[in-house]
Design a protein around this ligand. Structure first.
Ligand code: COA
Length: 161
């Protein structure tokens, strides 16, 4: 479901870590390790961070994530993504975060829905992998939509007596 293949050698992981450092240094990508009980079990990041495109302001980035199968279904990615989106909007000052998943990726689709992303369409036969074309669902969320969602979440929490 990811754009990369599972690492088969530690050198590939080291190259990935070097790439994340370059991304932070260049201001184009920021990637976090997800840590559970002291072990790195996944990553989440904002890629393609872009503020200007010639005369346009775009202030956008793409959310991406994965977590090891034994930890699926515990709400960890939804929690991690909420923290990363808060960082993107509040700390980086992004205006929009985009995300996409294979149409068959039910778990990722559910995470995206829980985060409040707005669907913007389906790219038919968008990428080739494992001997077939996969269609991709695309979503986005602007800072005002995020504010609405975070306000609703705050208000919906139980109040202290
Ligand atoms: C997608 C992924 C990150 C989700 O991580 P996670 O920590 O399990 O996510 P959460 O627990 O926060 O939420 C998963 C939701 O999907 C639901 N779900 C998972 N598998 C499902 C299935 N087969 N059918 C229906 N719902 C499913 C869970 O029930 C949960 O929803 P709920 O809270 O309403 O019950 C994880 O499955 C993963 O790393 N997959 C492989 C990599 C990948 O696909 N990355 C995303 C690329 S776009």
């Amino acid at each position: 479901m990811m754009s990369w293949a599972a690492h088969t050698d530690p050198s590939q992981t080291l190259a990935f870590i070097a790439w994340t450092r370059d991304g932070i240094a260049n201001g184009t990508d920021v990637v976090w390790a997800i840590e559970v009980d002291g072990r790195a079990v996944g990553t989440i990041g904002l890629d393609g961070i872009q503020f200007a495109m010639r005369a346009w302001r775009v202030d956008s980035a793409e959310l991406g994530y994965w977590i090891a199968p034994p930890l699926h279904g515990r709400g960890l990615m939804t929690e991690a993504a909420q923290a990363v989106m808060r960082f993107g909007f509040d700390t980086l000052g992004l205006h929009k975060i985009t995300v996409g998943c294979f149409a068959e990726n039910v778990a990722s689709r559910r995470v995206i829905e829980k985060l409040g992303f707005r669907p913007i369409g389906r790219r038919e036969d968008d990428v080739w992998r494992d001997g077939r074309w996969w269609s991709v669902l695309r979503y986005e969320l602007t800072t005002s939509e995020w504010s609405d969602a975070s306000t609703t979440m705050r208000v919906s929490k139980p109040r202290l007596a």
